[in-house]
Design a protein around this ligand. Structure first.
Ligand code: SF4
Ligand code: SF4
Length: 97
């Protein structure tokens, strides 16, 4: 399977080396879904190659692909919880409820 540069693997998985939570876009992913730090990307990104998963998560939009990726690995609920936690901490940081 050829990498189609769909961007899903830079959004869906959590990447410890980048402190990137599940389901959140890597800050190094450019608007056209390319790695802006390609030459110095972490090893885990270097080791990641296109495989069967890429085909299974094919969809017209990045959002749908990420959704499918998370569902494939049973991580949908965890990703939602992560997002909710992020929102809560941000609300707190801003002095909200
Ligand atoms: S999910 Fe697969 S096809 Fe999409 S960018 Fe990553 S490796 Fe390439
Ligand atoms: S560092 Fe580059 S290859 Fe790695 S997740 Fe971020 S954008 Fe993708």
């Amino acid at each position: 399977m050829e990498c189609t540069r769909c961007g899903a693997c830079c959004v869906a998985p959590d990447i410890a080396a980048l402190d990137k939570p599940l389901g959140m876009r890597c800050p190094h992913l450019s608007a056209d879904n390319l790695c802006s730090v390609y030459e110095r990307r972490p090893q885990v990104c270097r080791d990641y190659g296109a495989d069967e998963v890429c085909r299974l998560i094919e969809a017209p939009t990045l959002e749908e692909r990420v959704h499918k990726y998370l569902a494939l690995f049973g991580l949908t609920a965890e990703a939602e919880a992560t997002r909710e936690k992020g929102c809560t901490s941000m609300r707190r940081a801003r002095g909200g409820a």
